[in-house]
Design a protein around this ligand. Structure first.
Ligand SMILES: [Mg+2]
Length: 544
């Protein structure tokens, strides 16, 4: 874009005098100092000559000098003449310096402004620019001319960094930025918000088809493998979309809602696209409230263990109890363990909660007959902490509960995620006499060698197989195979989720010795445990 028409002749009459002077001035300024000084001297001489010619003051001055010869006026005139030329040169040079200084400052300011608004790695605009730009775009957004905000987050980027290092990760980000920039529609602005988070502002759209089509193009282009030198790797991209004005008209709300849609997209899987929906707000608000309640509950020690009996299938005799966390919140009532355990894991409260529950369970179990065992669940996140073995032993020592009566249940998925820590922790605990059970067997993807690298005492068959026993041939075969495997390795077995006599007899026929489920009893509070020990209670529960 050019502001002044530079074609010779065209538009010349409209060009003002000031512009011409500036042009001549900058022409002189670009010459060497000696040349420009000579030109300034010449211009001064010409100006003085012209002024003298117009006013004809030279003869008058001459007469005056003759009349007052004793005043040496001629010398004075010469000095004034030379000084005025010197002053003209000085003024010109100073002005020139000032102009150059101002120009340099303007350039530096522009550069700083550009740098502060751009991401040095990808060259894309950054978060700061994003906020300013979004504010500007929303000023022109109307119900007839919508705007969309797309929040993007890479799927699997952390594993690229972990596997190949940050240098390769950075190159993936650069390639990602180039590919997505190539599919942008005109007017859209693509931004790196930070890390592996990006955003797109799409102004002036007529319908939701535009951002949907753009999001699809982005997902498609990112799906192609990334080639970094000899390395070939893949990442995905989750996209959350919010639309102005319907989802909000201020930048903060709009970005927050696009983020919520992104959160949903990420939860649904790799490379998903999700628009914001109003119930997401309610979901997030409930989640934030649960977080707050949970912190208070952990601080007040109000999440308690309930106990579900583990029964010897032959004779239905109670042989132990599995502790299960139960929480009745003042605000929300009973909250499912799946929900609050996940929240506790996400906000880093799981270790504290786990320790609290184990301590309470050990204290409760001390009141039981000494032959009964206590089974306690350890989550995958707890197993990230190599110090967990020591903490469990400390709790056992503090509560005076025998390590030989404690059985820790570790899920197959947790094992696969942390096989090294799991090996260390379980061998430390087994040395102290604690028994280890593999929980929810059949739901993870542990290899046989991984399972055997761990010294196990028991396998718990997941309820999903027990539930389908007798309904599909596959589950019946799997249960039979697991029981055979456990027998071969001399491991004990417990079947979870037994709900009826058919399941019970099928399991017994295949050699399963212990089980738990609603057929015997649900989990009960600590003060009801002893009443379950009367044999007829677990036997009659089925008909109750
Ligand atoms: Mg369990």
């Amino acid at each position: 874009m050019h502001l002044i028409d530079s074609k010779p002749g065209v538009g010349a009459p409209t060009r003002d005098f000031g512009a011409r002077v500036r042009k001549i001035w900058s022409g002189i300024a670009s010459l060497s100092p000696v040349t420009s000084d000579a030109i300034i001297i010449s211009i001064c001489v010409v100006i003085i000559f012209c002024v003298e010619y117009y006013f004809e003051f030279a003869p008058k001055l001459f007469e005056f000098a003759i009349a007052y010869e004793e005043w040496e006026v001629d010398n004075l005139i010469f000095v004034v003449f030379v000084m005025s030329i010197g002053f003209a040169i000085f003024s010109y040079r100073r002005m020139n310096e000032l102009t150059l200084e101002m120009k340099a400052r303007r350039n530096a300011e522009m550069e700083a402004r550009t740098l502060s608004r751009h991401d040095p790695l990808t060259g894309l605009p950054n978060r700061r620019y994003f906020v300013e730009m979004l504010g500007d775009v929303l000023l022109t957004t109307t119900p007839d001319s919508l705007s969309a905000v797309l929040m993007l987050d890479l799927d699997g980027f952390k594993s690229v960094n972990d596997a190949y290092g940050h240098a390769v990760g950075d190159l993936v980000l650069i390639q990602f930025a180039q590919r997505v920039s190539a599919v942008m529609r005109s007017g859209a602005v693509f931004i790196r918000v930070g890390g592996d988070e990006f955003a797109v502002i799409v102004p002036n759209i007529r319908s939701l088809d535009n951002p949907t089509a753009l999001a699809r193009r982005i997902v498609t282009t990112v799906a192609e493998p990334f080639l970094i030198g000899p390395i070939t790797t893949t990442v995905g991209v989750g996209i959350g979309i919010a639309i102005a004005p319907s989802d909000g008209m201020d930048p903060e709300t709009l970005v927050q809602r696009a983020d919520r849609a992104l959160y949903r997209a990420k939860a649904e899987g790799r490379s998903r696209i999700h628009f914001f929906e109003p119930e997401m707000d309610a979901h997030v608000e409930r989640r934030v409230a649960i977080e707050k309640e949970l912190r208070a509950a952990v601080a007040a020690n109000s999440i308690v263990p309930y106990y579900q009996p583990v029964v010897a299938l032959e004779g239905r005799r109670v042989v132990g109890f599995e502790a299960l966390a139960r929480w009745k919140s003042d605000k929300f009532g009973w909250i499912a363990p799946d929900v609050f355990i996940t929240v506790a894991e996400e906000i880093g409260l799981i270790s504290e909660l786990g320790d609290q529950l184990l301590r309470q369970a050990c204290l409760d179990a001390r009141a039981w007959p000494p032959e009964l065992t206590l089974a306690f669940n350890i989550s995958a996140i707890q197993l990230h902490d190599p110090g967990i073995g020591l903490r469990i032993l400390t709790i056992l020592a503090e509560t005076g509960f025998s390590a030989r009566r404690l059985e820790l249940e570790i899920t197959e998925t947790a094992l696969v995620e942390n096989i090294k820590v799991a090996q260390d922790v379980t061998s430390q605990l087994r040395q102290a006499g604690v028994r280890i059970a593999l929980d929810d067997f059949g739901t993870g993807y542990a290899t046989l060698s991984q399972l055997l690298s761990l010294k196990l005492d028991r396998i718990k068959i997941d309820r999903s197989f027990v539930d389908r026993l007798g309904k599909d041939k596959e589950s019946t075969t799997i249960v039979r195979a697991v029981l055979g495997l456990a027998n071969g390795f001399e491991l004990e077995t417990t079947a979870e989720g037994i709900e009826n006599d058919q399941q019970l007899s099928a399991l017994q026929a295949d050699g399963c010795l212990e089980g738990q489920g609603f057929l015997f009893s649900k989990a009960v509070p600590a003060n009801e445990v002893l009443s379950l020990l009367e044999p007829e209670k677990t036997k009659t529960r089925a008909s109750a």
